[in-house]
Unconditional design. Structure first.
Length: 141
């Protein structure tokens, strides 16, 4: 949490005091054969999720064990650090037409046109016209 707060302060942004880490484990009905470990941050009192990257996966191999799962859990802290490093790169990318960039990224990601249009309109209403950085676009999505 401190790393994320420091990153935001570096770029003149204030991290909400209500900031927490979220780790979600999703498994199939076969229990130890497969599991996904998702990691994200929850921002503000409304706990808006900031997804930090792809989940750690333990594939369905019929030989997966609790030890394999524990090793994946051990990688969570490293993934948070890596994701924060990747987020910091977004502060150095600027878009003159952020709404267009946001729409293009969302459509390429397979998000419906209706949801894309709604998200872009909300972003434009909150951000206004003008240049913004990649982090703003990322959070907007």
């Amino acid at each position: 949490m401190d790393t994320y707060r420091e990153l935001l302060l570096q770029y003149g942004l204030q991290a909400d005091n209500v900031l927490s880490a979220l780790i979600r484990v999703q498994t199939s009905d076969v229990g130890v054969s497969g599991a996904n470990i998702y990691y994200s941050l929850l921002l503000g009192a409304e706990k808006k999720p900031l997804i930090l990257g792809k989940p750690l996966k333990l594939e369905h191999t019929n030989n997966a064990s609790i030890e394999d799962f524990s090793q994946n859990m051990g990688q969570i802290f490293a993934r948070y650090q890596e994701a924060i490093g990747d987020l910091s790169k977004l502060f150095h990318v600027y878009a003159s037409y952020p709404a267009n960039v946001m729409a293009s990224v969302m459509i390429k990601a397979g998000i419906s046109k209706a949801l894309t249009a709604q998200t872009v309109e909300q972003f434009k209403a909150g951000h206004g016209p003008g240049i913004c950085n990649g982090y703003d676009i990322y959070c907007g999505i």
